[in-house]
Design a protein around this ligand. Structure first.
Ligand SMILES: NC(=O)c1ccc[n+]([C@@H]2O[C@H](COP(=O)([O-])OP(=O)(O)OC[C@H]3O[C@@H](n4cnc5c(N)ncnc54)[C@H](O)[C@@H]3O)[C@@H](O)[C@H]2O)c1
Length: 320
């Protein structure tokens, strides 16, 4: 396959690109390498990808339509995997403009080119955040997601709705993937596992929101990447548009998660308990039956072994 992958310098984009390159596919990666978090981490990921002959990289912002157009004019893609976005739930409350630019304008620019150049398949990242507050145990794709509780979720829900209309009008085979709290090596510095590990090692307090009474469906990066791969393989003759949950299908308490980090680091955290943050959800828990049935998606990494793999990477990468 010849793949256009947006956000290839990002956490999930890096791992996904690597997966396809290792299997001899050609990947053209784009990313604006913004400074939402340390760009050295993004550069380190790119350095690994650039070792592969079948990888080319362009530093492009999705807002820049002319540059994007040139990429589409010069290449015929079998699939576009769109992972670039402004991520982060809490940050979207204080800095909504970046979300508007990257997640809405950027998304529109890209899907327009997918339409114009008749790309066979379009896969994009959505999020468990679209579920907001729910009065159910597990989140199933057909739950009502009309009430996002922060702007990040609102932009991602909008992506799903825009993509549906494009797929309906222009027969674009489209899959939206709702990722659940993804973690693992080369992970994002703004996310819990990274922050907790860093602060415990550096003897700094860790901030625990909602007094630790959160539950998250932590999903290991390799399982997510496998899910994205399976989405590229999905035969979509009957229906053009699909949404799938990609989670582990297990909801772990934050307290348990932290205990496991302490156990592996062999060190107690200095804990600073804080109230629930605006825009946060109490619990995420994926029902992954649809992805199992349709894609053959069976996540395998348990959180204990996933945390261990992250910490091993962290110590090696930061030479601790
Ligand atoms: N990590 C998670 O737990 C999680 C959960 C649900 C959904 N997602 C979604 O998965 C995707 C990947 O997330 P991630 O965790 O790898 O985040 P990330 O921030 O590591 O990666 C996103 C990449 O997109 C790039 N980018 C942002 N705006 C851009 C723009 N306008 N033009 C070009 N590049 C741009 C960034 O520089 C970054 O490298 C995102 O769409 C995110 O919303 C992630």
């Amino acid at each position: 396959m010849k793949i256009l992958l947006t956000g290839s310098a990002g956490f999930i984009g890096f791992h996904t690109t690597l997966y396809f390159l290792k299997r001899k596919h050609e990947v053209i990666g784009i990313d604006n390498i913004n400074s939402y978090y340390d760009i050295k981490l993004k550069q380190a990921r790119l350095k690994i990808l650039e070792k592969y002959k079948k990888f080319s990289f362009y530093k492009i912002d999705l807002k820049n339509n002319n540059k994007l157009l040139r990429i589409f004019k010069n290449n015929k893609f079998d699939v576009v995997i769109h992972l670039a976005a402004q991520a982060g739930v809490r940050n979207s409350i204080s800095d909504p403009n970046t979300y508007l630019d990257s997640n809405l304008v950027g998304f529109f620019n890209l899907i327009e080119l997918v339409r114009k150049f008749k790309t066979n398949k379009f896969i994009f990242a959505s999020t468990s955040s679209v579920y907001g507050h729910q009065n159910v145990d597990k989140f199933k794709e057909n739950l009502n997601t009309d009430k996002p509780i922060q702007f990040y979720a609102a932009t991602k829900k909008s992506n799903e709705v825009i993509a549906y209309s494009y797929s309906h009008l222009f027969n674009i085979k489209t899959i939206g993937l709702r990722f659940f709290t993804v973690y693992g090596p080369f992970g994002r510095p703004d996310m819990a596992l990274f922050k907790f590990t860093k602060n415990i090692i550096e003897n700094k307090p860790i901030e625990i929101f909602n007094h630790g009474n959160h539950f998250r469906d932590f999903t290991y990066i390799n399982d997510i990447v496998k899910g994205i791969y399976l989405a590229t393989k999905k035969n979509q003759k009957k229906t053009n548009f699909r949404i799938y949950n990609l989670g582990k299908g297990q909801s772990i308490s934050l307290k348990k998660f932290i205990s496991q980090i302490e156990l592996i680091l062999n060190k107690k955290a200095i804990k600073k308990y804080l109230p629930m943050q605006k825009g946060d959800t109490l619990k995420t828990y994926s029902n992954i039956n649809l992805a199992k049935k349709d894609l053959g998606y069976y996540p395998t990494t348990e959180y204990k072994s996933g945390i261990k793999q992250f910490i091993n990477w962290y110590k090696k990468f930061y030479k601790i």
